[in-house]
Design a protein around this ligand. Sequence first.
Ligand SMILES: [Mn+2]
Length: 306
Amino acid sequence: MPLYGTLGMTFMQVPFVPDPAQFSGDVLVTGVPYDMSTSGRPGARFGPQGVRAASANLIWEGARWPWNFALEEHLNVADTGNLLFRHGEPQTLVDNLTAHIDQVLASGAQALTFGGDHYITLPVLRAYAKKHGPVALVHFDAHTDTYSGGTQYDHGTLFYHAVKEGLVDTDHAIQVGIRTAYEHEDHPFEVLDAAWVNGHGPDATLERIKARIGDKPTYVSFDIDGLDPAVAPGTGTPVCGGLSIDTALKIIRGLQGANLVGMDVVEVAPAYDHAEVTSLAGATLALEYLYVLAANNGAGGCYLSR
Ligand SMILES: [Mn+2]
């Protein structure tokens, strides 16, 4: 069975490199068109192509504002296409995805993964923990995804399992944008709820994030429903009162200097979107993350009014 689907286009028109073993560079993009763990509205399986299509709006800018360098001159990025698995057999998704991310990491690159529902982060983190040990985590979401009562394949339980499996270093893990119920007692993650972030702003939020993650290898998981539904309506379980895209971009941009090892953007469901705003938000957040990686490599910095 082939592992990889064919592509209409790649993220940011980077080269299509279906086999990670054939790549020596910085970042490999993978789409994971899986949404069978969704509890609410399905459709995140179309997220990868939605994000890739929306990235067409971002390619004209040689050096994306506010950065003072062109990404392609400083970061080698390729797109591996979409992961294939057998529909109706979620374990094939789980096995194929961990094996694929193993290969990405073995190539020396880090993974930028587009979901799919949030469950896909669990098989990704299994590969990451093999390489880095338990990772520090910056998790943007309306939901903590730490619910213990779900079924085996459930996009609301992945961090419950990730903690139980020792994939995440919870002393260095922080959840940002939370605004739904969770079990507060013994909750192992630091939580910056959406009202706190919106009230205190990105600088104070970054201070808390950076104090929590320190210099540990840090994985960023961005559930697009961390954004407000006014910004990102195209998602399965929208919750009012989320982050603005301005706040989210400033937080991602402010991660300069952190020891970033990978990112995913999940839960983009284009069927519920309007004018591609959700897909555009997902593509922009991912691109901003790539600029941060390049800046961390010494590519340059920002033009920002002070
Ligand atoms: Mn969520």
